[in-house]
Design a protein around this ligand. Structure first.
Ligand code: ADP
Length: 392
């Protein structure tokens, strides 16, 4: 009996030391008979040898009698093949009616006295079914694996949606307040301004124009944050240069810091011939802009953007400042929406408290983690590692 690949079918016959005489005799008879018919038969005589034989040459079929030792060995074979292995056809020769448990371990049952002819008659068809069944099981395993992967993806999408919903709700709750405060400041500054102009008070006029400008800038920042939040939903990484994201960030920062000319404090230090990285240009630009904006806000000296190759597959990007720093206990909380270390900092430094939440959201969507190293009074470094585009 030949397989599709031209090799003879390989059968394992169980003739264990503890089996009754009829079973041993039957196995020996079946072995001779089936060898004559062109099958390759190996007779196994102990339970330990079953495991070895399974490893050495997995059989297409196992033929066993229904005595307790053989049934146990057959159950072990079934269990072993329940995982990843193709399952051999299990043929049971019985000298008595089978119990439910016995019939569960068998695919084909034949009565003992006339066993060998029956086995020979049924074997080709059953082996064919078994091969087809094994192929279907392999397909099923593949689908189950794919399904599991999809479930994992679904779970991660659900988490993102939950996180976005939290941010969205927080934004809705806080935005009216965040917008109203600076708007009222502009309104009252403009009202006082018109009085001051009327009274020709030049100093007072300049001060009020300054207030109005600051409040307008704050309004603009809140609106910008909302736009960035919306943008963080549309991330599609593609090969890009870190330099392009830095340029994007600088353009944005120049608009925000227009009045104070603070962007001259930014030092760019990108390693020569940095390879292409896999990231969303606008997303990475927004991340750098938000990190640099904080670095400028919370320090007075130079701030740095550094990008260096870590190894063949990644580039580390860092934004560093030498400013007020962040206490170790705060380095997690600062990424929460509307969290500010010092709530009075809004007044002294400006800001809305959503910048870092947006940074983390965008990097999460790149499957990239952000790290913070900081020391109070010494400064902070925010960094992350991007994958290099593989040319294979
Ligand atoms: P904000 O608009 O207030 O800057 P963020 O979410 O960007 O909001 O930052 C949250 C808080 O984290 C800030 O209010 C500040 O307390 C702290 N923080 C962020 N970056 C720095 C930094 N470079 N140095 C010191 N503190 C920082």
């Amino acid at each position: 009996m030949i397989r599709a690949n031209g090799q003879p079918h390989n059968l394992m016959l169980l003739s264990l030391a503890g089996s009754p005489a009829w079973a041993m005799a039957a196995m020996s008879e079946v072995s001779t008979y089936l060898t004559d018919k062109g099958y390759q038969c190996q007779t196994v005589t102990s339970a330990d040898a079953v495991q070895d034989a399974l490893k050495a040459q997995p059989p297409d079929a196992v033929i066993s009698a229904n005595d307790p030792d053989s049934l146990k060995a057959l159950a072990t074979i079934s269990a072993a093949s329940d995982n990843d292995q193709p399952r051999p056809l299990r043929v049971l020769m019985s000298d008595s009616p089978l119990t439910d448990t016995e019939s569960e371990v068998a695919d084909l049952v034949v009565q003992a006295p006339m066993g060998k002819e029956q086995i020979a008659a049924y074997l080709p068809m059953f082996l064919k079914f078994q091969t087809e069944n094994n192929a279907l099981q392999a397909e099923k395993r593949k689908f189950t694996e794919e399904n599991q992967q999809l479930q994992v993806q679904l779970k991660s999408h659900r988490q993102t949606v939950d996180e976005l919903n939290l941010i969205k709700n927080a934004v809705i709750h806080n935005v009216s307040h965040e917008l109203r405060t600076p708007l009222l400041q502009v309104k009252s500054a403009v009202a006082l301004l018109s009085e001051a102009i009327h009274d020709k008070e030049i100093d007072e006029t300049q001060k009020l124009v300054g207030y109005a400008k600051d409040a307008t800038a704050r309004l603009e920042a809140v609106i910008k944050n909302i736009t960035q939040l919306a943008g963080s939903l549309e991330i599609s990484p593609e090969p890009m240069l870190v330099q392009d994201a830095v340029d994007y960030a600088l353009r944005g920062l120049r608009r925000i810091w227009e009045r104070k000319d603070a962007t001259t404090r930014i030092r760019i230090s990108l390693e020569d011939t940095l390879p292409l990285v896999m990231a969303d240009k606008k997303g990475l630009g927004t991340v750098l802009q938000l990190l640099l904006d904080n670095a400028l806000k919370f320090s007075e000296g130079d701030v740095e953007v550094v990008a260096k190759r870590v190894d063949d597959s990644s580039v580390r990007v860092a934004v560093r400042d030498y400013g007020i720093g962040i206490a170790g206990t705060e380095t997690e909380a600062i990424f929460e929406t509307f969290y500010q270390v010092d709530s009075s900092s809004t007044r002294s430094y400006g800001g809305t408290g959503v910048g870092l939440a947006i940074v983390r959201l965008i990097l999460d969507r790149h499957k990239v983690k952000i790290a913070v190293e900081s020391q109070e009074g010494k400064g902070s470094t925010f960094s992350f590692v991007l994958p290099i585009v593989s040319l294979k």
